[in-house]
Design a protein around this ligand. Structure first.
Ligand SMILES: NC(=O)c1ccc[n+]([C@@H]2O[C@H](COP(=O)([O-])OP(=O)(O)OC[C@H]3O[C@@H](n4cnc5c(N)ncnc54)[C@H](O)[C@@H]3O)[C@@H](O)[C@H]2O)c1
Length: 383
Protein backbone atom coordinates (compact mmCIF):
# COMPACT_ATOMS: atom_id res chain seq x y z
CA UNK A 1 0.00 0.00 0.00
CA UNK A 2 1.28 3.49 -0.87
CA UNK A 3 2.77 5.34 2.12
CA UNK A 4 1.00 8.45 3.39
CA UNK A 5 2.20 12.02 3.24
CA UNK A 6 0.55 13.80 6.18
CA UNK A 7 -0.21 17.42 5.32
CA UNK A 8 -0.79 20.59 7.35
CA UNK A 9 -1.92 23.80 5.65
CA UNK A 10 -1.29 27.25 7.15
CA UNK A 11 -3.72 29.78 5.66
CA UNK A 12 -6.89 28.43 4.01
CA UNK A 13 -7.67 31.34 1.68
CA UNK A 14 -7.44 31.07 -2.09
CA UNK A 15 -4.03 29.44 -2.26
CA UNK A 16 -4.52 27.24 0.81
CA UNK A 17 -7.61 25.78 -0.83
CA UNK A 18 -5.82 25.35 -4.17
CA UNK A 19 -2.99 23.45 -2.40
CA UNK A 20 -5.55 21.32 -0.55
CA UNK A 21 -7.35 20.50 -3.82
CA UNK A 22 -4.07 19.75 -5.61
CA UNK A 23 -2.92 17.34 -2.91
CA UNK A 24 -6.36 15.70 -2.75
CA UNK A 25 -6.36 15.13 -6.53
CA UNK A 26 -2.73 14.06 -6.82
CA UNK A 27 -3.21 10.29 -6.89
CA UNK A 28 -6.16 10.60 -9.29
CA UNK A 29 -3.86 12.11 -11.93
CA UNK A 30 -0.73 10.20 -10.93
CA UNK A 31 -1.72 6.69 -9.95
CA UNK A 32 1.99 5.88 -9.64
CA UNK A 33 2.49 8.56 -6.96
CA UNK A 34 5.00 7.24 -4.39
CA UNK A 35 3.05 8.93 -1.56
CA UNK A 36 -0.65 9.47 -0.90
CA UNK A 37 -1.39 12.89 0.69
CA UNK A 38 -3.72 13.01 3.71
CA UNK A 39 -5.06 16.38 4.90
CA UNK A 40 -4.38 16.22 8.65
CA UNK A 41 -4.62 19.79 9.94
CA UNK A 42 -5.31 23.36 8.91
CA UNK A 43 -4.39 26.57 10.75
CA UNK A 44 -6.20 29.83 10.02
CA UNK A 45 -7.25 32.52 12.51
CA UNK A 46 -10.15 33.83 10.39
CA UNK A 47 -13.23 34.05 12.59
CA UNK A 48 -15.81 33.85 9.77
CA UNK A 49 -17.47 30.55 8.89
CA UNK A 50 -15.73 30.47 5.49
CA UNK A 51 -12.66 28.74 6.96
CA UNK A 52 -14.82 26.36 9.00
CA UNK A 53 -16.84 25.41 5.92
CA UNK A 54 -13.73 25.01 3.76
CA UNK A 55 -11.99 22.90 6.41
CA UNK A 56 -15.03 20.60 6.55
CA UNK A 57 -15.40 20.44 2.78
CA UNK A 58 -11.79 19.36 2.33
CA UNK A 59 -12.01 16.89 5.21
CA UNK A 60 -9.20 18.15 7.42
CA UNK A 61 -9.01 16.05 10.58
CA UNK A 62 -8.00 18.96 12.83
CA UNK A 63 -8.62 22.70 12.66
CA UNK A 64 -6.66 25.23 14.73
CA UNK A 65 -6.26 29.00 14.74
CA UNK A 66 -2.56 29.24 15.69
CA UNK A 67 -0.08 27.93 13.12
CA UNK A 68 2.44 27.15 15.91
CA UNK A 69 0.12 24.45 17.18
CA UNK A 70 0.03 22.89 13.70
CA UNK A 71 3.80 23.05 13.18
CA UNK A 72 4.39 21.48 16.63
CA UNK A 73 2.37 18.35 15.75
CA UNK A 74 4.34 15.18 15.22
CA UNK A 75 1.82 13.67 12.78
CA UNK A 76 2.59 16.07 9.90
CA UNK A 77 5.23 15.54 7.18
CA UNK A 78 4.55 18.52 4.88
CA UNK A 79 3.49 22.09 5.69
CA UNK A 80 1.91 24.27 2.98
CA UNK A 81 2.73 27.91 3.68
CA UNK A 82 -0.25 29.67 2.07
CA UNK A 83 -1.08 32.57 4.37
CA UNK A 84 -0.20 36.23 3.78
CA UNK A 85 3.43 37.02 2.97
CA UNK A 86 4.30 38.24 6.48
CA UNK A 87 3.86 34.80 8.04
CA UNK A 88 5.77 32.83 5.37
CA UNK A 89 9.23 33.22 6.91
CA UNK A 90 8.30 32.28 10.49
CA UNK A 91 6.07 29.36 9.46
CA UNK A 92 8.51 27.93 6.90
CA UNK A 93 11.56 28.24 9.16
CA UNK A 94 9.72 26.66 12.13
CA UNK A 95 8.33 23.86 9.94
CA UNK A 96 11.72 23.04 8.41
CA UNK A 97 13.42 23.13 11.83
CA UNK A 98 10.89 20.58 13.08
CA UNK A 99 11.84 18.28 10.18
CA UNK A 100 8.85 18.97 7.95
CA UNK A 101 8.97 19.47 4.19
CA UNK A 102 7.64 22.86 3.04
CA UNK A 103 5.60 24.06 0.07
CA UNK A 104 5.88 27.84 0.24
CA UNK A 105 3.82 30.27 -1.83
CA UNK A 106 5.59 33.12 -3.58
CA UNK A 107 6.99 35.48 -2.51
CA UNK A 108 8.58 33.07 -0.03
CA UNK A 109 9.85 35.80 2.30
CA UNK A 110 9.08 39.52 2.28
CA UNK A 111 12.57 40.10 0.87
CA UNK A 112 15.74 38.20 -0.04
CA UNK A 113 17.04 38.24 3.53
CA UNK A 114 13.96 36.44 4.88
CA UNK A 115 13.98 34.05 1.93
CA UNK A 116 17.67 33.22 2.52
CA UNK A 117 16.80 32.33 6.12
CA UNK A 118 14.16 29.88 4.88
CA UNK A 119 16.75 28.38 2.49
CA UNK A 120 19.20 28.01 5.40
CA UNK A 121 16.56 26.28 7.56
CA UNK A 122 15.59 23.90 4.72
CA UNK A 123 19.22 23.02 4.02
CA UNK A 124 20.11 22.56 7.71
CA UNK A 125 17.13 20.24 8.23
CA UNK A 126 17.68 18.31 4.99
CA UNK A 127 14.00 18.59 4.09
CA UNK A 128 12.54 19.12 0.61
CA UNK A 129 10.88 22.33 -0.56
CA UNK A 130 8.64 23.62 -3.32
CA UNK A 131 7.96 27.23 -4.31
CA UNK A 132 4.70 28.41 -5.91
CA UNK A 133 6.01 29.19 -9.38
CA UNK A 134 3.08 27.51 -11.13
CA UNK A 135 3.59 29.33 -14.44
CA UNK A 136 6.51 26.99 -15.11
CA UNK A 137 4.12 24.09 -15.27
CA UNK A 138 1.82 24.53 -18.31
CA UNK A 139 2.75 21.95 -20.96
CA UNK A 140 3.05 24.77 -23.54
CA UNK A 141 5.64 26.47 -21.32
CA UNK A 142 7.58 23.22 -21.00
CA UNK A 143 7.50 23.04 -24.80
CA UNK A 144 8.74 26.64 -25.07
CA UNK A 145 11.62 25.84 -22.73
CA UNK A 146 12.51 22.79 -24.80
CA UNK A 147 12.42 24.73 -28.09
CA UNK A 148 14.78 27.35 -26.64
CA UNK A 149 17.11 24.79 -25.03
CA UNK A 150 17.40 22.72 -28.22
CA UNK A 151 18.23 25.76 -30.34
CA UNK A 152 15.03 25.69 -32.43
CA UNK A 153 14.90 29.50 -32.29
CA UNK A 154 18.61 29.82 -33.09
CA UNK A 155 20.46 32.04 -30.62
CA UNK A 156 18.08 33.95 -28.36
CA UNK A 157 18.23 37.70 -29.02
CA UNK A 158 15.46 39.18 -26.88
CA UNK A 159 12.60 38.27 -24.54
CA UNK A 160 9.54 40.17 -23.44
CA UNK A 161 7.68 39.12 -20.29
CA UNK A 162 4.44 40.79 -19.13
CA UNK A 163 2.46 40.05 -15.97
CA UNK A 164 -0.32 42.62 -16.06
CA UNK A 165 -3.59 42.52 -14.15
CA UNK A 166 -6.43 44.72 -12.89
CA UNK A 167 -6.97 43.24 -9.42
CA UNK A 168 -5.97 46.56 -7.82
CA UNK A 169 -7.31 48.86 -10.56
CA UNK A 170 -10.40 49.99 -8.63
CA UNK A 171 -9.60 53.02 -6.44
CA UNK A 172 -11.99 51.62 -3.79
CA UNK A 173 -10.20 48.27 -3.74
CA UNK A 174 -9.66 47.33 -0.08
CA UNK A 175 -6.38 48.29 1.59
CA UNK A 176 -5.57 44.64 2.35
CA UNK A 177 -2.22 43.31 3.61
CA UNK A 178 -0.92 43.35 0.05
CA UNK A 179 -0.57 47.15 0.03
CA UNK A 180 1.43 47.47 3.27
CA UNK A 181 5.12 46.65 3.34
CA UNK A 182 5.13 45.28 6.88
CA UNK A 183 2.73 42.57 5.70
CA UNK A 184 3.55 42.15 1.99
CA UNK A 185 7.23 43.16 1.70
CA UNK A 186 6.58 44.76 -1.69
CA UNK A 187 3.67 45.31 -4.08
CA UNK A 188 3.46 43.98 -7.61
CA UNK A 189 7.18 43.14 -7.35
CA UNK A 190 6.78 40.26 -4.91
CA UNK A 191 3.36 39.37 -6.25
CA UNK A 192 3.76 39.22 -10.04
CA UNK A 193 7.39 40.13 -10.87
CA UNK A 194 8.59 37.13 -8.85
CA UNK A 195 6.57 34.91 -11.24
CA UNK A 196 7.77 36.85 -14.32
CA UNK A 197 11.44 36.69 -13.32
CA UNK A 198 11.16 32.97 -12.63
CA UNK A 199 9.52 32.40 -16.01
CA UNK A 200 12.38 34.17 -17.83
CA UNK A 201 14.90 31.97 -15.98
CA UNK A 202 12.91 28.83 -16.68
CA UNK A 203 12.29 29.39 -20.39
CA UNK A 204 15.41 31.37 -21.39
CA UNK A 205 18.23 31.85 -18.86
CA UNK A 206 19.21 33.64 -15.65
CA UNK A 207 18.88 37.41 -15.42
CA UNK A 208 22.38 38.88 -14.96
CA UNK A 209 21.70 42.58 -14.74
CA UNK A 210 18.73 44.96 -14.73
CA UNK A 211 17.52 48.51 -14.55
CA UNK A 212 14.00 49.09 -13.26
CA UNK A 213 11.39 51.76 -12.62
CA UNK A 214 8.31 51.55 -10.41
CA UNK A 215 5.21 53.62 -9.69
CA UNK A 216 2.24 53.74 -7.33
CA UNK A 217 -0.74 55.05 -9.25
CA UNK A 218 -3.34 54.74 -6.46
CA UNK A 219 -1.63 56.15 -3.34
CA UNK A 220 -4.57 55.73 -0.91
CA UNK A 221 -7.26 53.09 -0.45
CA UNK A 222 -10.17 52.54 1.95
CA UNK A 223 -9.36 50.26 4.88
CA UNK A 224 -10.27 46.60 4.51
CA UNK A 225 -12.43 44.51 6.80
CA UNK A 226 -10.27 41.92 8.64
CA UNK A 227 -9.37 39.01 6.35
CA UNK A 228 -10.53 40.81 3.18
CA UNK A 229 -9.38 39.36 -0.13
CA UNK A 230 -7.64 41.70 -2.56
CA UNK A 231 -10.64 41.55 -4.93
CA UNK A 232 -12.95 43.19 -2.34
CA UNK A 233 -13.94 46.86 -1.97
CA UNK A 234 -12.91 48.69 1.22
CA UNK A 235 -15.32 50.85 3.19
CA UNK A 236 -13.26 52.31 6.06
CA UNK A 237 -11.08 55.41 6.37
CA UNK A 238 -8.50 56.05 3.67
CA UNK A 239 -5.00 54.71 4.34
CA UNK A 240 -1.68 54.93 2.49
CA UNK A 241 -0.62 52.37 -0.13
CA UNK A 242 3.04 51.70 0.69
CA UNK A 243 4.17 49.74 -2.34
CA UNK A 244 4.23 49.82 -6.13
CA UNK A 245 1.35 49.15 -8.54
CA UNK A 246 3.60 49.04 -11.60
CA UNK A 247 7.14 47.98 -12.57
CA UNK A 248 9.06 48.07 -15.83
CA UNK A 249 12.62 46.84 -16.35
CA UNK A 250 15.28 46.24 -18.95
CA UNK A 251 17.10 42.93 -18.51
CA UNK A 252 20.49 41.59 -19.53
CA UNK A 253 20.11 37.83 -19.65
CA UNK A 254 22.84 35.17 -19.39
CA UNK A 255 24.22 34.34 -22.83
CA UNK A 256 24.01 37.96 -23.94
CA UNK A 257 20.35 38.31 -24.85
CA UNK A 258 18.24 41.24 -23.72
CA UNK A 259 14.79 41.47 -22.17
CA UNK A 260 11.90 43.72 -21.21
CA UNK A 261 9.75 43.02 -18.17
CA UNK A 262 6.50 44.79 -17.30
CA UNK A 263 4.12 44.10 -14.42
CA UNK A 264 1.04 45.88 -13.13
CA UNK A 265 -1.73 45.16 -10.65
CA UNK A 266 -3.80 48.19 -11.64
CA UNK A 267 -4.07 47.91 -15.45
CA UNK A 268 -7.68 48.53 -16.48
CA UNK A 269 -8.78 46.02 -19.10
CA UNK A 270 -6.24 43.36 -18.19
CA UNK A 271 -7.04 40.17 -16.29
CA UNK A 272 -4.17 37.74 -15.82
CA UNK A 273 -2.42 39.01 -18.95
CA UNK A 274 0.60 36.92 -18.17
CA UNK A 275 2.95 35.78 -20.89
CA UNK A 276 6.34 35.58 -22.48
CA UNK A 277 7.71 36.11 -26.01
CA UNK A 278 11.16 34.93 -27.07
CA UNK A 279 12.89 35.93 -30.29
CA UNK A 280 15.92 34.08 -31.62
CA UNK A 281 18.06 34.45 -34.74
CA UNK A 282 15.94 31.94 -36.71
CA UNK A 283 12.61 31.66 -34.89
CA UNK A 284 10.29 32.97 -32.21
CA UNK A 285 7.59 31.88 -29.76
CA UNK A 286 4.80 33.47 -27.71
CA UNK A 287 2.87 32.10 -24.73
CA UNK A 288 -0.16 33.73 -23.06
CA UNK A 289 -1.60 32.31 -19.81
CA UNK A 290 -5.13 33.19 -20.98
CA UNK A 291 -4.67 30.64 -23.77
CA UNK A 292 -2.57 28.41 -21.57
CA UNK A 293 -2.64 25.30 -23.73
CA UNK A 294 -1.42 27.00 -26.88
CA UNK A 295 2.04 28.05 -27.97
CA UNK A 296 2.46 30.44 -30.89
CA UNK A 297 5.52 29.24 -32.80
CA UNK A 298 7.43 30.73 -35.72
CA UNK A 299 9.87 28.05 -36.77
CA UNK A 300 11.74 26.60 -39.75
CA UNK A 301 11.16 29.47 -42.19
CA UNK A 302 13.11 32.23 -43.88
CA UNK A 303 14.29 35.26 -41.93
CA UNK A 304 11.68 37.60 -43.32
CA UNK A 305 7.91 37.29 -43.78
CA UNK A 306 7.86 34.26 -41.51
CA UNK A 307 4.51 33.58 -39.81
CA UNK A 308 3.33 32.22 -36.48
CA UNK A 309 1.33 29.03 -36.20
CA UNK A 310 -0.63 27.72 -33.20
CA UNK A 311 0.79 24.60 -31.64
CA UNK A 312 -1.65 23.00 -29.16
CA UNK A 313 -0.09 21.19 -26.22
CA UNK A 314 -0.42 17.43 -26.72
CA UNK A 315 -0.10 14.55 -24.25
CA UNK A 316 3.64 14.33 -25.09
CA UNK A 317 4.23 17.90 -23.87
CA UNK A 318 5.04 18.41 -20.20
CA UNK A 319 2.42 16.84 -17.94
CA UNK A 320 -0.61 17.22 -20.22
CA UNK A 321 -1.04 13.46 -20.47
CA UNK A 322 -1.78 13.26 -16.74
CA UNK A 323 -4.82 15.51 -17.25
CA UNK A 324 -6.25 15.09 -20.75
CA UNK A 325 -6.21 12.37 -23.40
CA UNK A 326 -5.63 14.60 -26.42
CA UNK A 327 -4.61 18.01 -27.70
CA UNK A 328 -6.94 20.97 -27.21
CA UNK A 329 -8.71 19.56 -24.16
CA UNK A 330 -7.72 22.52 -22.02
CA UNK A 331 -6.10 22.30 -18.61
CA UNK A 332 -6.82 24.95 -15.95
CA UNK A 333 -5.02 26.96 -13.26
CA UNK A 334 -5.62 24.41 -10.47
CA UNK A 335 -4.01 21.69 -12.61
CA UNK A 336 -0.74 23.63 -12.48
CA UNK A 337 -0.75 23.18 -8.71
CA UNK A 338 -1.35 19.43 -9.07
CA UNK A 339 1.84 19.34 -11.17
CA UNK A 340 3.65 21.34 -8.46
CA UNK A 341 2.40 18.83 -5.87
CA UNK A 342 3.55 15.94 -8.08
CA UNK A 343 7.08 17.35 -8.31
CA UNK A 344 7.28 18.03 -4.57
CA UNK A 345 6.04 14.55 -3.68
CA UNK A 346 8.58 13.11 -6.12
CA UNK A 347 11.29 15.22 -4.40
CA UNK A 348 10.26 13.90 -0.98
CA UNK A 349 10.26 10.30 -2.22
CA UNK A 350 13.62 10.60 -4.03
CA UNK A 351 15.33 12.87 -1.47
CA UNK A 352 16.35 15.24 -4.26
CA UNK A 353 14.57 18.25 -5.78
CA UNK A 354 12.24 18.19 -8.79
CA UNK A 355 10.47 21.39 -9.84
CA UNK A 356 10.83 24.90 -8.42
CA UNK A 357 12.30 24.99 -4.91
CA UNK A 358 12.96 27.55 -2.21
CA UNK A 359 16.33 28.16 -3.93
CA UNK A 360 14.43 29.43 -6.98
CA UNK A 361 12.34 31.63 -4.66
CA UNK A 362 15.58 33.13 -3.33
CA UNK A 363 16.74 34.01 -6.86
CA UNK A 364 13.35 35.64 -7.54
CA UNK A 365 13.58 37.55 -4.23
CA UNK A 366 17.07 38.79 -5.11
CA UNK A 367 15.72 39.97 -8.47
CA UNK A 368 12.91 41.85 -6.72
CA UNK A 369 15.34 43.44 -4.25
CA UNK A 370 17.64 44.42 -7.14
CA UNK A 371 14.71 46.13 -8.89
CA UNK A 372 13.94 48.15 -5.75
CA UNK A 373 17.58 49.30 -5.51
CA UNK A 374 17.69 50.04 -9.24
CA UNK A 375 14.44 52.03 -9.22
CA UNK A 376 15.25 53.96 -6.06
CA UNK A 377 18.86 54.74 -7.06
CA UNK A 378 18.17 55.02 -10.82
CA UNK A 379 20.97 52.66 -11.88
CA UNK A 380 21.80 49.23 -13.42
CA UNK A 381 22.16 46.50 -10.77
CA UNK A 382 23.96 43.14 -11.18
CA UNK A 383 22.50 40.00 -9.68
N1 LIG B 1 1.12 31.04 -7.05
C1 LIG B 1 0.14 31.87 -7.35
O1 LIG B 1 -0.24 31.99 -8.52
C2 LIG B 1 -0.50 32.68 -6.25
C3 LIG B 1 -1.79 33.23 -6.46
C4 LIG B 1 -2.37 33.94 -5.40
C5 LIG B 1 -1.70 34.09 -4.21
N2 LIG B 1 -0.45 33.57 -4.06
C6 LIG B 1 0.28 33.75 -2.79
O2 LIG B 1 -0.38 32.94 -1.81
C7 LIG B 1 -0.37 33.60 -0.54
C8 LIG B 1 -1.80 33.71 -0.03
O3 LIG B 1 -2.54 34.49 -0.94
P1 LIG B 1 -4.12 34.29 -1.10
O4 LIG B 1 -4.51 35.00 -2.34
O5 LIG B 1 -4.48 32.85 -0.92
O6 LIG B 1 -4.64 35.13 0.16
P2 LIG B 1 -6.04 35.03 0.88
O7 LIG B 1 -6.24 36.37 1.52
O8 LIG B 1 -7.10 34.46 -0.01
O9 LIG B 1 -5.80 33.94 2.02
C9 LIG B 1 -4.92 34.12 3.08
C10 LIG B 1 -5.43 33.25 4.24
O10 LIG B 1 -4.45 33.29 5.27
C11 LIG B 1 -5.15 33.42 6.51
N3 LIG B 1 -4.25 33.96 7.52
C12 LIG B 1 -4.03 35.26 7.87
N4 LIG B 1 -3.16 35.31 8.90
C13 LIG B 1 -2.85 34.04 9.22
C14 LIG B 1 -2.03 33.46 10.23
N5 LIG B 1 -1.35 34.19 11.10
N6 LIG B 1 -1.94 32.09 10.27
C15 LIG B 1 -2.62 31.33 9.37
N7 LIG B 1 -3.43 31.84 8.41
C16 LIG B 1 -3.52 33.17 8.32
C17 LIG B 1 -6.34 34.32 6.19
O11 LIG B 1 -7.37 34.20 7.17
C18 LIG B 1 -6.75 33.77 4.83
O12 LIG B 1 -7.68 32.69 4.95
C19 LIG B 1 0.32 34.95 -0.77
O13 LIG B 1 1.65 34.86 -0.36
C20 LIG B 1 0.22 35.17 -2.27
O14 LIG B 1 1.30 35.95 -2.77
C21 LIG B 1 0.14 32.85 -5.05
Amino acid sequence: MTAELRVGIVGLGWMGQVHARALSRLTQHYTDSPLRPRLVAVADPADDDRTERAAQAFGFEHQVTDWRELVARDDIDLVCVTGPNFIHHDVAVAAARSGKHVWVEKPAGRNAEETAEIVAAVEAAGVQSAAGFNYRNPPAVELARELVATGRLGTVEHTSVRFVSDYAAHPDGALSWRFQNEFAGSGVLGDLVSHAADLVRYVVADIDELIADRATFIPERPEARPGAMHYERGAGAMGAVENEDYVSALLRIAGGSRGILEASRSAVGEQNTYGIEVHGTTGALKWDFRRMNELQVCLDQDYQDAFYATRYATPGDGELGAFQPGANNPMGFDDLKVIEARRLVQSIADGKPHGATIHDALIAARTVDAMIVSADERKWVSL
